[in-house]
Design a protein. Structure first.
Length: 353
């Protein structure tokens, strides 16, 4: 079958690979229709391997070597394992991609994204940028008829955005700031807009992304290149500061900016993951009791269904979609513009083209 296989830095090949075979008793064989790409895919291609276990066996998946990428995908069930009764052949499903053991202390607390043996399809082992993929059935959810394949391919990153919002736990009437309106940040704006927040403020350095954030429902946008971000936020919140700030850019100074922009007793949620350690103004956070909260990935059995429901009820996918490309153009028209900052939104790959 055809697949996009990562062999190393700037070495990704669309090539023929062995068929994944039949599903195990708790698995699905999925014929992939669409697969979206994200910043992680691009960074692995241009500066990896960081997460892909190219030379060292992954402790969770057991995989090592060239890897079929793709952790944001939708497809049709063509075969189910003997113990699977929740899906039928012909069902369209999205895959959460994150695989957990179900028995460790974190899984038993419902924190499956923190599983001690967690791994991700498309990063830690073969994923969905291929004609077919095998996935555990319990990390998949059905797609309703009103959600297109292009839209459904955004379920996994939207689930990440929803999980981050829920970690910050802003309440009705709260002021919410999202710093960084790239892939996940834009989806966070779109996911925040329908909620009963008092104000949604979006911050970025790119005019196009700020315009998109406004279209997604941001009440106020701030161009961090030309404005004092923390000062504008304080002014917009009556001098008090924001209730919850989400740092989704991964930029070096943004967490400290978020702390300065927060009210006393507020929260800063770190969504973006810097590639290097960054300085953080812990004194300011401590003296004003600003909580610093981490977030990673999502919970498959709750955040993925919530993402599908939001896709079905709002035009968020249409507003964040940049382009749909054939799999043969993955590097030139997908990974490259994403790395160069020339993508205005999500890039979706038509795996069947």
């Amino acid at each position: 079958m055809r697949a996009a296989v990562y062999h190393g830095r700037e070495d990704l090949r669309i090539e023929s690979v062995p068929d994944p075979g039949e599903p195990g008793e708790n698995e699905l064989r999925i014929e992939v229709l669409r697969a979206a790409i994200c910043g992680t895919d691009s960074s692995e291609y241009f500066s990896g391997p960081r997460m892909i276990p190219l030379t060292r066996r992954h402790p969770g998946s057991g995989h090592v070597g060239p890897t079929v990428i793709g952790h944001e995908f939708v497809g049709e069930v063509v075969e189910r394992g003997s113990a699977v009764d929740r899906f039928e052949p012909g069902d369209r499903v999205v895959c959460g991609a994150g695989v957990s053991c179900g028995t460790c202390a974190w899984c038993l607390r419902g924190e499956t994204n923190l599983c001690e043996s967690y791994y991700t399809l498309g990063l830690s082992t073969h994923g969905g940028m291929a004609d077919a993929v095998i996935s555990p059935a319990d990390i998949c959810s059905k797609v309703p008829g009103g959600v297109s394949d292009d839209d459904a391919s955004m379920s996994q990153p939207l689930a990440v955005a929803i999980h981050a919002l829920d970690k910050g736990d802003p309440g009705p009437g709260d002021s919410v700031v999202i710093i960084g309106c790239g892939g996940i940040g834009a989806l966070m704006v779109g996911a925040a807009a329908p909620r009963d927040f008092g104000q949604v403020i979006a911050v970025d350095i790119d005019t196009g992304k700020l315009n998109a954030a406004k279209a997604l429902g941001a009440d106020l946008t701030i161009d961090a290149r030309h404005e004092d971000t923390a000062g504008v936020i304080r002014e917009a919140t009556g001098g008090v500061g924001a209730d919850v700030v989400f740092e989704a850019s991964g930029a070096t100074e943004s967490t400290s900016v978020g702390i300065r922009a927060s009210r006393a007793g507020g929260k800063v949620v770190t969504v973006g993951h810097p590639t290097e350690p960054v300085p953080v103004d812990l004194a300011d956070a401590g003296l004003r009791e600003v909580d610093l909260i981490g977030t990673v990935a999502h919970i498959c059995d709750s955040d993925i269904p919530a993402a599908i429901e939001l896709l079905a009820s709002t035009p968020i996918a249409d507003q964040v979609l940049d382009r749909v490309i054939p799999i043969g153009d993955l590097v030139e028209k997908g990974l490259t513009p994403l790395a160069e900052g020339n993508a205005s939104g999500k890039i979706v790959v038509d795996v069947t083209a």
